[in-house]
Write a protein that binds this ligand. Structure first.
Ligand code: ADP
Length: 265
């Protein structure tokens, strides 16, 4: 525990006196440390593409000036690095927006069934590139939850996107939406959205940390796939804002299940 002690002068009946106030600032300090870490991480994440871009600009001005093939190759890498930076900034903005609104629960009626179908249709061509098959099982009638449509779209997009990225080429990714039913985790009625992949799975010691910002099991792999390391942090905050729960179940070698439980009332 960290105490902040403030000393001040006060007037007492008996003459001038001193007042000491003690305040527990453990939480304030922890929040400060987190913010410092976050700024360090963001700076780090931005420095890598910036260094690459500066390096290639120099090369294009010098050695590669008259080499058309090299120029094309370097420009392709530069475009990729620029795209990575813009994805990082987009993710940082989403995270900030979600965090700012975290205290206010969104209440618009969102058709989760339609949303899941739209996301799957949108990601299908990307999955097809890796021969990943996407499927959706949803109940009738469509599932409606109170929420923010764009944010819930992002939850499904991030989870299905990860399942495609980490689920392994040629494997299946299954999205299952359940009908409303009592959810012990919520102490009330809710629905479950499960995204299941057949990838290599996640070792138990990583599970509790996966939703931390910039936590990645394999830095290089995530970067190569254009990951920012913020996807699951965004998912967690959006689910929190909806007063839901996120559960991750996985075993090495047996794929993963990302389960979002959302209240219906
Ligand atoms: P990233 O942009 O790196 O994908 P995320 O926050 O979405 O960031 O995920 C954090 C890390 O969790 C990933 O780098 C990856 O190591 C791991 N991860 C996420 N989804 C899966 C999955 N379906 N299977 C295995 N590992 C996963």
């Amino acid at each position: 525990t960290t105490w902040q002690v403030t000393i001040g002068a006060v007037a007492l009946d008996t003459g001038p006196g001193v007042a000491l106030s003690f305040e527990d600032i453990t939480e304030v300090e922890a929040a400060d440390a987190m913010r410092r870490d976050f700024v360090t991480n963001v700076s780090h994440e931005l420095r890598t593409p910036i260094t690459a871009l500066s390096g290639f600009i120099e090369t294009l001005r010098g050695a590669a000036r008259d080499d058309a093939a090299a120029r094309e190759r370097f420009l392709a890498i530069m475009a990729r690095e620029a795209a990575r930076m813009s994805q990082l900034v987009a993710d940082l903005l989403s995270l900030a927006r979600v965090e700012q609104g975290e205290r206010h629960r969104p209440t618009a009626a969102v058709d989760l069934s339609a949303l899941a179908a739209q996301v799957i249709a949108l990601l299908d061509p990307i999955a097809a590139r890796d021969r990943v098959t996407l499927s959706l099982t949803a109940p009738e009638p469509p599932v409606i939850v109170p929420g923010d449509e764009e944010q819930l779209r992002q939850v499904i997009t991030n989870l299905v996107g990860n399942a495609i990225k980490y689920g392994g080429a040629g494997r299946a990714v299954e999205v299952t939406l359940g009908a409303p039913e009592p959810q012990p985790e919520l102490r009330g009625p809710g629905v479950r959205l499960v995204v299941r992949d057949q990838g290599e799975g996640i070792a138990a010691h990583h599970l509790p940390r996966l939703t931390e910002r910039f936590y990645r099991i394999d830095q290089h792999r995530s970067r190569d796939m254009g990951g920012t390391g913020l996807g699951l942090a965004i998912v967690k905050h959006i689910v929190n804002r909806h007063r839901g729960r996120l559960r991750i179940e996985s075993r090495e070698g047996q794929g993963s299940r990302f389960i979002v439980i959302l209240p219906v009332g």
